[in-house]
Design a protein around this ligand. Sequence first.
Ligand code: PEP
Ligand code: MG
Length: 556
Amino acid sequence: MQTTLRGVGVSHGVAIGEVRHMGTAVLEPPAKQIPTEDAGREQGRARQAVEAVAADLIARGNLAGGEAQGVLEAQAMMAQDPELMSDVEQRIAAGSTAERAVYDAFASYRTLLAGAGEYLAGRVADLDDVRNRIVARLLGVPMPGVPDSDEPYVLVARDLAPADTALLDPTLVLGFVTEEGGPTSHSAILARQLGVAAVVALPGAGDLAEGTTIAVDGSTGEVFIEPSAEKRAELAKEAEEQRAALASSSGPGATSDGHKVPLLANVGGPADVPAAVEAGAEGVGLFRTEFLFLDDSERAPSEEKQVAVYRQVLEAFPEGRVVVRVLDAGADKPLDFLTPADEPNPALGVRGLRSLLDHPDVLRTQLTALSKAAEGLPVYLEVMAPMVADRIDAKAFADACREAGLNAKFGAMVEIPSAALRARSILQEVEFLSLGTNDLAQYTFAADRQVGAVSRWQDPWQPALLDLVAMAAESAAAEGKSCGVCGEAAADPLLACVLTGLGVTSLSMGAASIPYVRATLAKYSLAQCERAAAAARAADTAEQARAAAQGVLSGE
Ligand SMILES: C=C(OP(=O)(O)O)C(=O)O
Ligand SMILES: [Mg+2]
């Protein structure tokens, strides 16, 4: 019998192999009291374990190199965090054993991190891994980690920690499946880096029996348990076709009849640039500058620091287009110095452009830094504001750009339904639109992006979302201006064709998705994309829209 589970596909490709579970058992040391005179010795043991684990993480980082090294070094810093250490020592002074004190101190820090917005919540798996390592060391038991196997396997875990994934042997690990995590989790990032198929947020992943054969489709998010011979052959054929198409796809994005759709990369900073260049990105369609601000929640980075970081990204795309989004703080990315602490519903509160208009100095510094960073470079700089609701917002942003003397195009993100409905009015103030389909879905369906229970409305195939995309794209065309997509919708190769058919003029996505989108787009003409778009919009549900577009494009 074949059963299919569905999660979120985050790294393309197909993996067929036996399940091996990650050894991630949470080690919970017993809570017992120690005599006061033992406290000093226990504190010494805790410090020694922390130092040893940090040294081990750094050594693993040196071995792994690349992006993984940075992640492991960040974990070593977490282990040595002075506040965390002082919490551990206080708990020991109050009678805890070293291992229990570490366990409890990390638990309280974990709660803080989990509630601190999407980006920081994504680091919880890293923190848990550091805790497991220190506790295992103190208890004298083996470190949690990658299973021992000489045969290739599909790695299954609750979530993967970078310390383990960094040392995975890609010739042995065919793919990843995790029960938790999302597209921004380390499991997803590292799977893409290793080039193996991955599905995250798969309910029931933990129950897959060791040794069961599964087939993982990293594009659709499907996991087939004990797939039949036919299914395996079908998936293997699809994977082979995909590999061939990818290998032969290069150059600028275009439909089969030459309608150009620039394929751009979403980046969070200079570290993401090499992958974007390697994937053949024609520029950057979304530079999420808030990552630069997340390092310090108390104050904005200095103008000099901003200039240096922006320049590194701008330099990487000579003659290319780089679209920088000004700081998008609030809701899932709160910053103490900008975000009101007492909002009952932060997603509907002072976030994005609203925060910046309340703190014009922060906006001014950012725009000045961008202006300086671009000086003398042949790059086409475009700057856009998140969370623009109406023409008043668009004008306020354009005025701020002009006042800062910015020599760039000014644009507005379409993330709020009002901006799509009144796109023509907004376009009287700015020169381009960029659809943030992640937030546009959140606000169209009144479904918080961070709440798993309402995640079905985050599906970008929802016909209502497609209607809003069409509305924005048609308005831009009527005004002779461009309208790109930089939300996750652009990374789905089939949906990318539909978006093109709706009139979108560029697509921006995580670098790893670019070859897939390029290869798929090149298979269909603009007229086919338009027919697929019309069929998708005529559907009533996301599933029907996907099937209808697929039907049109496969010539059914
Ligand atoms: C691109 C978007 O912005 P972010 O995901 O950073 O909110 C979006 O909302 O689609
Ligand atoms: Mg957004």
